[in-house]
Design a protein around this ligand. Structure first.
Ligand code: KIV
Ligand code: ZN
Length: 512
């Protein structure tokens, strides 16, 4: 039987560390459910000790997700490890992932510790974690830029203390495929007890080689776990992308000879969910999940594909979740059809009340838009800006006026802490006027660092999906709003970002 490649998804931890990609607890749970459908082996749900919000998210996911192993990151100290273990208490299968930097640069300049101190702390923390949870992953941060002799000593020692997975991060995305593959191979050959642990790769994409480096770590180095994120989300240029690594290993089974447990048919829905939740738009030419990934525009290619599909296609679009018939529901669709489509899209609403609320929003949308696409449904259920008891700000209504040669004005009604307020403002355009009208009451003082509009399903009939990124006191949050009227979508996105700004506790940097 072929070896198994373990897929470790860190969208909810390393992915979320990307500025502006922070997610609420409920958003994280929704994505975790989709990762479970995808049959990801390990879900790194967060960094429990970094904030109360992260602790609660890891705990919620550990309580609800039963098919995947749930993991929490933790620095190499007793407090972080205890917090992680506490958050994971109810998991079916729990893993603690502890890390400490081992490169000369990080040890000297960041940690201000000697190599001997780092070695001792690594051993001590794995020993401590091992008494709480059986499944322990250890990462030497900036491992790829560490000295091999020292790294071998650390890794041998932590395996002796009970680490069951050894992950070798290329933290800064400096590696080259062949060199990284050989690095993993050398470590496995030189660490005497290397056969007692599963070896894992974790590559950042600063030079655009995260997937290639990870594949080399698997093929040349013999790693049997890959750490990756949906859409390659992650710090700076991101991480190894799950959809690309999975489809590379599947499509080239002849070369890699590895099995995975992944159900790739859920890849596209996962990609859309992550993109809509974070506001990180997927580029059209992105492999596997980009809008053009399976589009054949040139006549020669179209002709070839019609005659024999494999002339130009190495994967089948439907195998990763693309469906030929994109129109899914309309005005006459009933509640059951809607509920079933939600299930197929991996959206699990908590109660019948939530399903009813989403269904009535669907009906409102169907009255204004004849064809409802999957993207519309996902936008509809992730729209937090409509009246919602638990949110501080909620959209109620908006009117705006603009005419050539005149300065636009907008009047908006929204709720703030349960009380309805209305504001009017002028602006450079109707969107500007609407957001200024909100600010006249909210007075957040936040700086807008990104504003983008995307037509959800491609035509002027489609809903506009707006992403607003706000920055305040060092925190960066994204708000996403969707509506056939892009001024309304903008107001919803702005209110959703304000909600995130006022709800999240401060976090500790994972790599600090
Ligand atoms: O990139 C990195 O080094 C990490 C570790 C915390 C595993 O994300
Ligand atoms: Zn990382």
């Amino acid at each position: 039987m072929a070896d198994k490649l373990i897929i470790f998804d860190t969208t909810l931890r390393d992915g979320e560390q990307s500025p502006g990609a922070s997610m609420t607890r409920d958003e994280k749970l929704r994505i975790a459910r989709q990762l479970e459908r995808l049959k990801v082996d390990v879900i790194e749900a967060g960094f429990a000790a970094s904030s109360n919000g992260d602790f609660e998210a890891v705990q919620l996911i550990a309580n609800q997700i039963k098919d995947s192993t749930i993991c929490s990151l933790s620095r190499a100290n007793d407090r972080d490890i205890s917090r992680a273990a506490e958050a994971l208490k109810n998991a079916n299968r729990a893993r603690i992932h502890t890390f400490i930097a081992t490169s000369p640069l990080h040890m000297e300049k960041k940690l201000r510790m000697t190599p001997e101190q780092v070695l001792e702390q690594a051993k001590q923390s794995v020993r401590f974690a091992r008494n709480l949870v059986g499944d322990i992953e250890f990462s030497p941060e900036d491992g790829y830029r560490s000295e091999v002799d020292f790294l071998c000593r650390v890794l041998e020692a932590v395996i002796d203390e009970g680490a069951t997975t050894i992950n070798v991060p290329d933290t800064v995305g400096y590696a080259i495929p062949e060199l990284y593959g050989n690095f993993i191979k050398t470590l496995r050959e030189r660490v005497p007890n290397s056969d007692k642990a599963v070896w894992s790769v974790h590559c950042h994409n600063d030079l655009g080689m995260a997937v290639a480096n990870s594949l080399a770590g698997v093929k040349i180095g013999g790693a049997r776990q890959v750490e990756c994120t949906i859409n390659g989300l992650g710090e700076r240029a991101g991480n190894c992308s799950l959809e690309e690594i999975v489809m590379a290993v599947k499509t080239r089974q002849d070369y890699f000879g590895l099995e995975m447990g992944i159900d790739a048919r859920h890849i596209l829905a996962a990609s859309r969910m992550v993109s809509q939740t974070t506001g990180f738009v997927v580029q059209p030419n992105k492999a596997v999940v980009g809008a053009n990934a399976f589009a054949h525009a040139s006549g020669i290619h179209q002709d070839g594909v019609l005659k024999a599909r494999d002339t130009y296609e190495i994967m089948r679009a439907e195998d990763v979740g693309w469906s030929a018939n994109k129109i899914v529901l309309g005005k006459l669709s009933g509640r059951n059809a809607f509920k079933q489509r939600l299930q197929e899209l991996g959206v699990q609403l908590e109660s019948e009340g939530e399903i009813n609320a989403a269904f009535s929003r669907f009906k409102e949308l169907a009255d204004r838009k004849s064809e409802i696409f999957d993207e519309d449904i996902l936008a509809l259920v992730s729209d937090e800006s409509v009246a919602h008891d638990k949110e501080h700000y909620a959209f109620v209504s908006l009117s705006q006026r603009s005419e050539t040669g005149e300065r636009p004005t907008a009047s908006i009604v929204f709720t703030m802490g349960g009380h309805e307020v209305s504001g009017t403002s002028e602006g450079n355009g109707p969107v500007d006027a609407s957001l200024k009208a909100i600010e006249s009451h909210a007075k957040s003082g936040a700086e807008m660092v990104l504003y983008s509009v995307n037509a959800i399903s491609g035509s002027t009939e489609s809903q506009g999906e707006v992403t607003v990124r706000l920055q305040n006191s060092g925190r960066v949050v994204n708000g996403v709003g969707a509506d056939p009227d892009i001024v309304v979508a903008s107001a919803k996105a702005y209110l959703s970002a304000l909600n995130k700004l006022c709800s999240k506790a401060d976090r500790v940097a994972a790599q600090g």
